[in-house]
Ligand binder design. Sequence first.
Ligand SMILES: [Zn+2]
Length: 412
Amino acid sequence: MMMRLAGWYGAWAVPVWLALAPAVCANATDAATKAAEAAAEQTPPATPTAEAPTVGTWHVREVDGVEYVPLEDLRSFYKLMPLQPKGRKVAGQRMVGNGEVELRFGPAPRELYIQERLCVLTHPVQEDATGDLLVSKLDVVQVIEPILRPTYIANRSAVRTVVIDPAHGGHDTGTVTPYAREADVALVVATKLGAELKKRGYEVVFTQEQNQYQSPQARVDKANAAPAAIFVSLHLNSGRSDMKGAQTYTVAPAGKNEKPLPGHEFSQASMALAMAVQSSLVEKAGAEDGGCRRAHFSPLNSLRCPSVMVELGFATHPEEGTRLSTEEYQLKLVEALAIGIDSFSRVMNPATVMQVQKAPVVETPPAPVKVEPAPPAKAKPAPQKARSRKAAPRRRAPARRPARNNRNRRRR
Ligand SMILES: [Zn+2]
């Protein structure tokens, strides 16, 4: 039973970007598989929703007008153990994990590292009288949950179109330094990314292609008109000359008395996309990790699809700015972005996890995973068997073929 479950879960449903971090997962597939098995064994309580103050075993309490849940609840929900932070113990750090997934809170109160990838939380973590850490409910629902369990994202749907938004253009040059020109770099990376994504089978829409200025609203309109789309805006950052690293932004949550924005409908998917892209930039392109972050940038607020704004690096950093202007690094960025988008796309496609019953509903406890008959075993058949004529008509060989085809189809 478990083996079969592990087969499809390991292949399709795992957050692929988590597996990218080699720090914890010696064998990413096995790790993800084990995590999936652990998840399947339990019928977890619902994650706290925005409306209900207490759901299942979550103990919600308020600190400074913000709702928090104890780290203990988080641990039991995701089956995590307290861990000792590696290396030098830094004050304020708290780490939980299960040998496969690791969450490290701190040292700064808004810093959460998931598999050593930085997510900047909306609300700082707090410590209660007993010394337990409190994490804001909003960050649990909108950051931790979609990254750890992307297949539970409520409005998960297959990605057909990637809207690529090369930032700025025309009279709006963006940041210009002796090392890099933002609009130029964004356009080159966008154009190459578009070609790469077309090769991978996506439809591609550009918000501008000829270094033309487009208003934020025009960009939004183009994206919102595209079917089954995601939106990826490409920028270069600016700051102090010692600041560097790639950052990926999603729409910030609404404030206390603010109405939700259109972009909020896709907050969870956007966060999953951000982590997929950001992890890939770090792993594949070697970018410094500036983290997944949230902000009210104008296009992100109004987009009716999963959307991210990627700051590929700092144009103001002499070394990083210079690197951003080289074709070699631009190609690395293109490949990393495409891989990240592909990872996200795989996990978002409901067809790839059809065995999960009504899983994509965060508000109610997900139904136990139903195990359907035998997807292909993960283990490679022994080479002799594969070559043997006798082995070919056995169930095992034909069972493997569809899986391979599926994989090819998705990659194309
Ligand atoms: Zn910009």
